[in-house]
Design a binder for this molecule. Structure first.
Ligand code: PGA
Length: 253
């Protein structure tokens, strides 16, 4: 397993001055010898500024989404190559808010994953079931469909640098976290899906949990064998809470 990873998904939040204060507090509070990799994912427009602010801190930059297209007549899109150009290392693809609010299908998410991967970004592929799907006992079926849509479009080797985030939709922004056992079950299932194609890639793959991760619940989640870090929304906007999550992940892999 690689280093544990904690990624902050700022969503539609931030301002030029507020961002600098937030990342400076995070950088100042991170242990120098940490074994956790830390990423922040601000809105697109702030990426170039933050690349400068983060220089030398060891904190990496990620985008919240990426176009499936490389260039051309696609008004409003931002390509993976552009994100690399301004200093991004990661790109989130298939976040449930993109799927639910902006109509992103499994097929589009797979194309976005491929675009990110081939431009040298590390995709963070988000998957997860809704509450209705969980209550119907369809969690594994949904997660299988979402993961296999991507694995059928790219090669399993393309997961060597990728990350998967299991984010049950019912836990996102609700304060209702999956229990460590509920999350572990799905993480093990996801690793098994990848292992069916390559045991080597599956063993190295980092699988993050997302959905109301906080300083107070992170340690119990990250202790589970198949949980390799977190994708953090709300709590990533609070330096003190985000730092607690990072320290919980440090050494958990
Ligand atoms: P949350 O969001 O931590 O606010 O639940 C997680 C996410 O949407 O990635």
């Amino acid at each position: 397993m690689g280093r544990a990873l904690v990624a902050g998904n700022w969503k539609l939040n931030g301002s030029r001055t507020g961002n600098v204060a937030l990342v400076r507090s995070i950088a100042a509070g991170l242990a120098r010898d940490r074994t956790v990799e830390v990423v922040v994912c601000p809105p697109f427009v702030y990426l170039p500024d933050l690349a400068v602010t983060l220089d030398g801190t060891g904190i990496a930059l990620g985008a919240q989404s990426v176009s499936a297209e490389a260039s051309g007549a696609f008004t409003g899109e931002v390509s993976a190559g552009m994100l690399r150009d301004v200093g991004c290392r990661y790109a989130i693809v298939g976040h449930s808010e993109r799927r639910a609010l902006y109509g992103e299908t499994d097929a589009l998410v797979a194309r976005k994953f491929a675009a990110a991967q081939s431009a040298g970004l590390q995709p963070i592929l988000c998957v997860g079931e809704t509450l209705a799907e969980r209550n119907q006992g369809a969690t594994e079926q949904v997660v299988r469909r979402q993961v296999e849509a991507v694995m059928n479009h790219v090669s399993v080797d393309d997961f060597a640098t990728a990350v998967i985030a299991y984010e049950p939709v019912w836990a996102i922004g609700t304060g209702q976290t999956a229990t460590p056992e509920q999350a572990q079950d799905v993480h093990a299932f996801i690793r098994g899906l990848v292992a069916a194609r390559s045991g080597r890639i599956a063993a190295e793959l980092r699988i993050l949990y997302g959905g109301s991760v906080k300083g107070s619940n992170a340690r119990a989640l990250f202790r589970m064998p198949d949980i390799d870090g977190g994708l953090v929304g709300g709590a990533s906007l609070d330096a003190a809470d985000f730092l607690l999550i990072c320290s919980a992940a440090s050494g958990s892999c």
